[in-house]
Write a protein that binds this ligand. Structure first.
Ligand code: CTP
Length: 441
């Protein structure tokens, strides 16, 4: 897990940065925070100190009683010479919210407060999440500044469109949701090629391989994953009704993509078969796009023999129209349209029937309510799996479109509940369970 330095600048969205701290620490990262003096008028330092579990710095001349250490680390015996020790120790510096004023200072290299000085001194990757009034955000000055920061390799997390802080105002400028911010930070952490301000040296070999003190890559059981071939399916299949319509489901592919990213970060050789996934595929993962259950089946059959671990997160349609209609069906002249459906092939069951004993097969079951565990256990047995990951689709706050999930990993030896967390953290728990299963096999 990584050491993340949070920079909070002035804006009403500062309160959302508290949720980012909560999610990131729940996912296992350690955090420290620096604030601009203006930001403390929106959210005081006591809140960030309570959630990070560490002192918050605001002023360049303020002494850091922790001497640059992150939670869980020993403070050094010597007093660091620099007030910038904190950013020197960080794996990532995320500035959220980033006001128009702070963005302008970052662009022009000003160092008039601790946050901007940290940004200028940062050798770690920087993520900037703008939040401001829509007219300010759309102004040529802010857009030109963001363009320049992007060109320097700084990751900008675009703000969202919706209701803004001032009553009645709508538009683009809302700070990205904390779970999305965390997921971008984890993407950047997993890809050390994203660097900081120009002039920052390229990552050392130790950093590139995940070693050294600034390790950006999560340090799990990397040895056990190195070279392991992992096949992940994600998204939901679409079965054509005619040339534009389909029978589909609401799976976004986030869970599968999070699994692929996490397995790659641990050193596995990952192939992702993505059914109608609009998310950016993770860096370094071989990705194939498919649409229908039939295409998913043939891509899986192609890859399955080579894999050591199958994570079958895709939502596969159980039925498809028997005969897709030609062109775009017109409603004129039709009182009713009947579509006859036929079953698709059960991909997982078919693959499990061909499995080698040293392969690990994990299914996913989205079930409704109380009987979910029983249903999932039945599928575990009937499909011949090693474990099945159950999530409750009766819950509106987790699952399909959400950045969060809460699951139970059901194996023959028992059930492990995984508390509500970003999908990246849930993915890590699933991968840990895979290794346990392989070690106990
Ligand atoms: N699955 C599959 N092929 C299908 C249907 C499901 O490979 N045609 C896989 C899914 O990817 C998932 C697991 O089987 O990993 C369980 O999927 P689920 O839809 O819960 O199970 P079904 O067997 O389709 O049962 P039902 O939809 O009736 O609950």
């Amino acid at each position: 897990m990584a050491r993340i330095l949070l920079g909070v600048s002035g804006g009403i969205a500062a309160y959302k940065a508290l949720e980012l701290v909560r999610l990131a620490t729940a996912a296992g990262h350690t955090m420290r925070a620096v604030q601009t003096p203006t930001s403390t008028r929106f959210v005081g330092e006591a809140s960030f100190a309570a959630l990070t579990g560490a002192p918050v710095l605001i002023d360049e001349f303020q002494e850091d009683s922790w001497r640059g250490a992150f939670p869980g680390e020993e403070s050094p015996a010597h007093r660091p010479l620099s007030h910038l020790q904190l950013v020197a120790n960080a794996d990532l510096f995320v500035i959220a919210p980033a006001s128009a004023n702070t963005i302008a200072k970052l662009t022009h290299g000003l160092a008039d407060n601790l946050l901007t000085a940290c940004a200028l001194a940062a050798k770690c990757p920087i993520v900037v999440a703008p939040a401001m009034n829509n007219n300010m955000y759309e102004s040529p000055a802010v857009q030109a500044n963001l363009e320049l920061l992007r060109a320097r390799g700084i990751r900008i997390v675009d703000p969202e469109t919706g209701r803004l802080a001032s009553i009645g105002e709508q538009g683009v400028g809302r700070l990205a949701e904390p779970a999305r911010l965390l997921s971008v930070c984890e993407d950047v952490l997993a890809d050390p090629s994203v660097r900081a301000m120009p002039g920052a040296p390229p990552p050392s070999d130790a950093q590139r391989t995940g070693g050294g003190t600034n390790s950006a890559r999560p340090q799990h059981d990397a040895g056990e994953w190195s070279g392991l071939r992992v096949l992940v399916t994600a998204g939901g299949t679409r079965e054509p009704i005619d040339s534009v319509r389909f029978v589909g489901n609401s799976s976004s592919g986030r869970m599968g993509v999070a699994l692929a990213r996490a397995a790659h970060a641990r050193g596995a050789d990952v192939t992702l078969i993505a059914a109608n996934v609009s998310l950016q595929p993770p860096e370094g993962v071989r990705t194939f796009a498919v649409k229908t259950a039939r295409e998913l089946m043939s891509a899986c059959e192609e890859e399955f023999g080579r894999c050591d671990v199958l994570l079958m997160a895709a939502a596969v349609a159980d039925f498809r129209p028997v005969q897709p209609l030609e062109g775009k069906v017109k409603k004129q002249g039709r009182e009713r349209l009947r579509i006859e459906l036929e079953p698709t092939c059960d991909v997982l069951r078919t693959l499990a029937a061909q499995r080698r004993s040293n392969q690990t097969l994990i299914g996913f079951a989205a079930e409704h309510g109380a009987s979910g565990a029983e249903e999932a256990r039945r599928k575990l047995e009937e499909k011949g799996l090693d474990a099945i990951v159950l999530n409750d689709i009766a819950r509106a706050d987790i699952g399909f479109e959400s950045e969060l999930n809460e699951v139970a990993i059901i194996a023959r030896s028992g059930t492990q509940p995984v508390a509500k967390a970003p999908k990246s953290a849930v993915a890590d728990a699933i991968l840990d369970a895979v290794i346990e299963l392989r070690n106990s096999a």
